[in-house]
Design a protein around this ligand. Structure first.
Ligand code: B12
Ligand code: SF4
Ligand code: SF4
Length: 353
């Protein structure tokens, strides 16, 4: 259809176009795709609002800043008729000493999914429709859209689990004015009596099944500004960004084989650096290295706080790591200074400074 031809977007939802776009996305490497309407996510809006008013979001904002906007896609994209939701799988890093960064952040998987969706979005443009890729953005609650489009179910770890693949997927969508036939096939939970994610969570953040206690979630606390909560410091281990425990513990998808195009070597994308190396980087180099991490106010010292904490939790420190920690005991940044003191004390090394 020529680009200039005007389309009646309110015509019968198109099954053929939904199939064409979905197949494009799957061929490009997504593990699941589905379509849902642009109607509001009322359950999620009420849930977020209740959590927010009960103060259960800690200081975390994202979708909590404006619950109505995040659960009503038409607020940001008034032309929206349909949402095409896709999931891209990523591998978990192998367990080991150098696992400072969670699997989803070891490669630009969001960028990869975005590129896949951009190509499909371009096809919609060619056909004369409006469309926009929305991914990890406060304009949409991604898991809710994926669940409603039938990609999977919400597990007790609160993640969207794709049958046979599991929760180690990133989610993204195309919002369009094309009326596409919704898939909307609810997938029943297969969690059953399993509680492995809840047991595996180091801090008890999943004590209530399916609901993350943000004030205890390591993934959030590593992003949160200020001193790291004292009582949870030892439980963070050597992580400096993200946490994989509730995904690694999940049996769903444990036999899933990543295709050759998957970044199975993603763990090496620059995170071969030791904590000591990272601590020696300039602000610019450290931030560049941490690429697309969510870092409050893009402050290099925020990442240094996490590195100092991880050094405190590391089993054994080399003398250069001890020296690096000792230097931060003199830091003019009170958060870094206090964290260095704590970490040195963990190694019984106060007397060195
Ligand atoms: C805020 C946020 C966080 C916060 C809070 C997470 C949370 N679950 O509350 C923090 C920083 C902690 C976080 C951590 C992580 N995140 Co995050 N995060 C988001 C973000 C920006 C918004 C989430 C949101 O508001 N959801 C909406 C609310 C309504 O959902 P909810 O809080 O989970 O509440 C639902 C459940 O509690 C459920 N529920 C309620 N009662 C019950 C009872 C039972 C029995 C069950 C089963 C469910 C259930 O219903 C609620 C309403 O739907 C999204 C991106 C986006 N724009 O959507 C990514 C997103 C959810 N995160 C993602 C990822 C990858 C992660 C991490 C795995 C990263 C890591 N390795 O560290 C961890 C996982 C932590 C976890 N177990 O959830 C992916 C998840 C992909 C997937 N498979 O689901 C998303 C979708 C980003 C993306 N586009 O790919 N995240
Ligand atoms: S990301 Fe880590 S701390 Fe957060 S709920 Fe999962 S296991 Fe618990
Ligand atoms: S670990 Fe078990 S309970 Fe948790 S999400 Fe996976 S299947 Fe569900």
């Amino acid at each position: 259809m020529p680009k200039t031809q005007s389309l009646d977007v309110r015509s019968e939802p198109s099954d053929a176009l939904a199939t064409e776009i979905s197949e494009m996305i799957l061929r490009a490497g997504a593990v699941a795709v589905g379509v849902t309407s642009s109607s509001g996510f009322e359950f999620e809006m009420n849930f977020i609002t209740r959590q927010k008013f009960a103060g259960l979001n800690d200081s975390m904002q994202f979708t909590y800043r404006n619950p109505y906007r995040s659960t009503h896609i038409k607020t940001s994209y008034p032309y929206a008729e349909s949402i095409v939701v896709a999931a891209l799988a990523y591998p978990h890093p192998a367990k080991g000493e150098s696992n400072h960064v969670a699997g989803y952040a070891r490669w630009d998987f969001y960028g990869e999914l975005r590129s896949i969706l951009e190509v499909a979005s371009e096809r919609l443009h060619e056909l004369g429709y409006r469309s926009h890729v929305v991914l990890d953005d406060n304009a949409l609650v991604d898991k809710a859209a994926a669940r409603r489009a039938g990609l999977g179910w919400i597990g007790k770890n609160s993640l969207l689990l794709v049958p046979k693949v599991g929760g180690n997927v990133v989610l993204g969508s195309i919002v369009t004015n094309a009326a596409l036939k919704p898939t909307n096939r609810p997938v029943a939970s297969r969690c059953g009596g399993c509680q492995r994610c809840q047991v595996a969570c180091p801090t008890g953040a999943l004590d209530k099944p399916g609901v993350v206690d943000v004030s205890k979630c390591i993934s959030w606390l590593l992003q949160r500004e200020g001193p790291f909560p004292l009582e949870l410091r030892e439980l963070v281990g050597i992580r400096i960004y993200g946490c994989d425990e509730c995904q690694v513990a999940c049996p769903i998808g444990s036999n899933f084989k990543f295709g050759s195009s998957m970044k199975s070597e993603s763990s090496d994308q620059g995170f071969g650096f030791s904590l000591h190396d990272l601590l020696s980087f300039s602000d610019e180099k450290l931030l560049q290295h941490c690429g697309k991490f969510y870092i409050p106010r893009r402050s290099a010292n925020h990442m240094r706080r996490n590195i100092l904490l991880a050094l405190g939790n590391k089993e054994k420190l080399s003398s250069s790591e001890l020296d690096a920690l000792s230097r931060y005991k003199m830091s003019t940044d009170p958060v870094l200074k206090e964290q260095a003191v704590w970490s040195l004390a963990k190694h019984g090394a106060q007397e060195r400074c």
